[in-house]
Design a protein around this ligand. Structure first.
Ligand code: NAD
Length: 353
């Protein structure tokens, strides 16, 4: 099996190196037969090839079984016509990666603000307010005059159905609780449809407990009773925002993994960004990207009926738990003094056993 690794920008090269170290240890210990190949992406690619994501890399990604994508400093990218393709957006749109699963669990030893949090945000990933990926052609954001800017939000019945279904399936494997987050009191048609479709889908799952919460109240409830949520299904932007909040409650953004999955493809990507403020200092926390790679390997294992891949992903998760439980052998964001590279090495050693 081939995995394509794209480093991205900012802390990307540092956290992908640590992640590759951990995946290498999994590969070796469980004899997984994973082939890792790397290619240029982001600002390095822009400098060398005139675009942040070349057509050759797009093809390489299509030919691979999965992609590990480092964070991209998209805010400094030039316009798409000048080579500034947002790789996250490109993959989500072109590979139809409609389900962005973002777990947040407080792990022993991590400085969790919500010690009992253990939830997954199932975020719709291809529509909503994300203007650069939500349209078949053109952009959902435009300026009729120099002083008027408009953004169109797209919600579809099918988009709502498939993320609701992915959320329900996951909830049935966990604590069988689904929370539908929306703002249908204001967006009566768009969020109204999302809510109704999600309720219809959930009604097809026997034994699933369902509640629905308006998004602004959800921001408060996530802090007031985080332990009460299991799987939270929501639209694109609400999920993006709430998942950063949930990651922070579990101990920090550096702990928030995610997988972007469609019916045929999946991409591992940390929930956080390229953290330019700490780039190049060997202090970034690689856990989020490592666990994202673990989620991808687990997804491949379930899809291809490969228990060895599932077992390897579990081993990585346990290695992270064990390392955190030890207390101080972590990166500075978690209160330790370990470098990104030394942390990667420590996890690789634990996986090797
Ligand atoms: P950010 O997530 O990069 O950083 C927010 C804060 O969290 C910063 O203080 C940063 O130092 C810290 N942080 C983030 N990841 C960390 C880690 N692994 N270890 C320790 N600390 C960590 O958000 P931002 O500063 O708003 O965005 C920076 C760039 O990233 C922007 O260009 C933005 O567009 C981009 N971005 C990309 C993605 C992606 O590629 N999926 C996601 C979000 C933001």
């Amino acid at each position: 099996m081939k995995l394509l690794v794209l480093e991205g920008d900012g802390i990307g090269p540092e956290i992908t190196a640590a992640t590759v170290r951990a995946v290498g240890a999994m590969n070796h210990r469980f004899n997984l037969g994973l082939e890792l190949e790397t290619a240029d992406s982001g600002l390095v690619s822009l400098e060398k090839h005139g675009t942040t994501l070349t057509e050759a890399v797009q093809e390489q990604a299509r030919a691979a079984d999965g992609v590990i994508l480092g964070p991209c400093d998209t805010v400094v990218y030039p316009d798409v016509n000048d080579g500034g393709i947002n790789p996250s957006s490109w993959f989500r749109k072109n590979f139809d990666l409609y389900a962005n699963m973002r777990p947040s669990r407080a792990r022993k030893g991590a400085p969790a603000k919500a010690p009992d949090i253990d939830l997954v945000i199932a975020r719709e990933n291809t529509e909503g307010f994300y203007a650069d990926r939500s349209m078949f052609a053109g952009s959902g954001e435009f300026m009729p005059t120099k002083d008027v800017a408009l953004a169109v939000r797209k919600i579809t019945r099918e988009g709502s159905r498939r993320i609701a279904d992915a959320g329900c399936k996951l909830a049935m494997q966990r604590r069988k609780k689904l929370c539908i987050v929306h703002k249908r009191n204001v967006f009566r048609m768009s969020d109204g449809m999302f809510h109704d479709v999600a309720q219809e889908v959930a009604a097809g799952y026997d034994g699933l407990e369902v509640e629905d919460v308006i998004v602004d109240a959800m921001a408060a409830l996530l802090i007031r009773r985080p332990e009460s949520f299991d799987v939270v299904v929501t639209t694109n932007m609400y999920g993006d925002i709430l998942s950063d909040l949930a990651a922070e409650l579990s101990g920090g953004l550096g702990l928030g993994p995610s997988i972007n999955a469609g019916d045929d493809r999946a991409i591992a990507q940390a929930a956080h960004g390229s953290a330019p403020d700490i780039a190049g200092q060997n202090i970034a926390n690689p856990i989020a990207l490592m666990l994202s790679a673990g989620m991808l390997i687990n997804w491949l294992g379930e899809r291809h009926d490969r228990p060895d891949l599932v077992e390897a992903a579990r081993r990585l998760d346990e290695a992270v738990d064990a390392q955190l439980a030890e207390g101080t052998a972590v990166t500075p964001d978690l209160g330790g003094a370990l470098g990104t590279d030394a942390f990667g090495e420590a996890i690789a050693k634990r996986i090797a056993g």
